[in-house]
Design a protein around this ligand. Structure first.
Ligand code: ZN
Length: 181
């Protein structure tokens, strides 16, 4: 559960990463940062901090802040109401992130998963993103990502974001995520 204490701790820690990366955000954005805890009670391992810059009917832009080895769990964005699912582009701004997509399994992948959760990560084609690198995912493609040892800041550009429809591989993750307290 995302308690006020966990939310504040993650928010403050994420602000330090943004400062290190010299990414300027407004006071309002600092206050409105979201923390995705996924209901798993292991936010430092499976979790994500995010700032939504824009989310209209046509486009969405977010800053994702990941602590060292913090993981966004495997999911996909299915078609909704006759529209294709969300298309996403991830661009690494700071640190390093390992993105996993369908395809040939990478030998000796760099990501380390929390014990007991390995089975909910099924795609293992690794794409390493360093600052300035980006990758575009087609709608409805399974994906997950984990920050490297320093953490990471990733800009996400996408079509409309409707988090409540996202499908997670781990059945313990509720679709309608609680992100803010
Ligand atoms: Zn996604």
């Amino acid at each position: 559960m995302l308690t006020k204490e966990i939310y504040e701790r993650c928010r403050k820690r994420a602000l330090k990463f943004l400062k290190k990366a010299k990414i300027v955000i407004t006071e309002k954005e600092k206050e409105e940062m979201e923390v995705a805890e996924y209901g798993l009670g292991m936010v430092d391992k499976i979790g994500l901090e995010l700032i939504v810059y824009v989310n209209t009917d046509r486009c969405c832009a977010k800053e994702l802040i990941l602590f060292p080895y913090q993981t966004c769990p495997e999911h996909r964005h299915p078609p909704v109401e006759g529209e294709e699912g969300k298309e996403e582009t991830f661009r690494c701004r700071w640190g390093k992130v390992y993105l996993y997509v369908p395809g040939e399994k990478t030998k000796n992948p760099k990501a380390k998963l929390p014990e007991g959760k390995e089975k909910y990560f099924t795609v293992w084609h690794e794409i390493e993103l360093n600052p300035g690198d980006q990758y575009t995912l087609k709608p409805n493609t399974l994906h997950w990502f984990q920050a490297g040892p320093k953490g990471a800041i990733v800009s996400e550009f996408s079509t409309k974001s409707r988090d409540e429809y996202d499908i997670y591989t781990d059945p313990a993750i509720k679709a309608d995520l609680e992100r803010k307290v």
